[in-house]
Design a binder for this molecule. Structure first.
Ligand SMILES: N[C@@H](CCC(=O)N[C@@H](CS)C(=O)NCC(=O)O)C(=O)O
Length: 219
């Protein structure tokens, strides 16, 4: 009797280059987890190095993580990786809205995260978590918190009538902001609370893949 177990061929495995504590890597890994893809993650970046090697730079000339390798296809930029994965492997799921308006709105919230929320969140993260205590700037945290608060308030309004960013089920639009809200909640600093965002975060926290790839200790 031939074995019923599926043989995993090298080309069936998607590979992510990037360390697990990077928010941008977490976006890709959460998507991979939700789509149930066979995958391998290779530690790259910060203490692991590799991202400045000629071999890595041929894959991703920015020298940043994450980079996706899917057979001969290379994709960098975390949001593009998330959209590629959802489009290729999740087109029949709620992760990749099946209508042009749904996809536009999901993309809008991904771009909005990058253009409006990422900068203040990065300032807070470095000054609360990653910088050594003597290098932390509390005033920068206060200023960035005020900026981030305005942005979270926009998202809170969006979530006042919806369980997830686009409606009743999560989509790619939830992924960047979903990764950011875990950091916001897990970091220890003075911050405002948002009722609709709290309820959405509780919904995300119920997902095993979110626990596995996003709800990691901050470092
Ligand atoms: N816009 C890029 C940003 C990528 C990025 O800045 N990655 C950071 C980690 S979050 C990085 O590679 N830092 C250098 C390192 O880890 O060594 C994306 O979304 O993928």
């Amino acid at each position: 009797m031939p074995s019923k177990q599926k043989t995993i061929k090298e080309e069936d495995v998607v590979r992510i280059f990037g360390r697990a504590n990077s928010i941008n890597v977490q976006k890709a890994m959460w998507m991979i987890g939700e789509l149930g893809l066979e995958h391998e993650r290779v530690d790259v970046g910060l203490q692991f190095g590799i991202n400045d090697t000629p071999e890595y730079l041929t894959k991703n000339p920015n020298g940043l993580v994450p980079t996706l390798e899917d057979g001969d296809v290379i994709v960098w930029e975390s949001h593009s990786i998330v959209r590629y994965l959802a489009d290729k492997f999740g087109a029949d799921t709620h992760w990749w809205p099946n209508d042009v308006v749904g996809r536009a709105h999901a993309g809008q919230w991904m771009d909005w995260y990058a253009s409006r929320l990422h900068a203040p969140m990065t300032t807070i993260f470095w000054n609360v978590v990653r910088h050594p205590p003597e290098k932390r700037d509390p005033d920068a945290v206060v200023a960035a918190t005020a900026d981030a608060e305005k942005m979270w308030a926009i998202l809170d309004t969006q979530l006042s009538s919806k369980d997830f960013i686009g409606g009743a089920a999560p989509s790619v639009g939830d992924i960047p902001v979903g990764c950011a809200i875990h950091r916001w909640n897990a970091m220890d600093f003075d911050k405002p609370a948002f009722a609709n965002i709290d309820a959405w975060y509780a919904r995300l926290s119920d997902r095993i893949t979110y626990q596995d790839h996003v709800m990691l200790p901050l470092s």
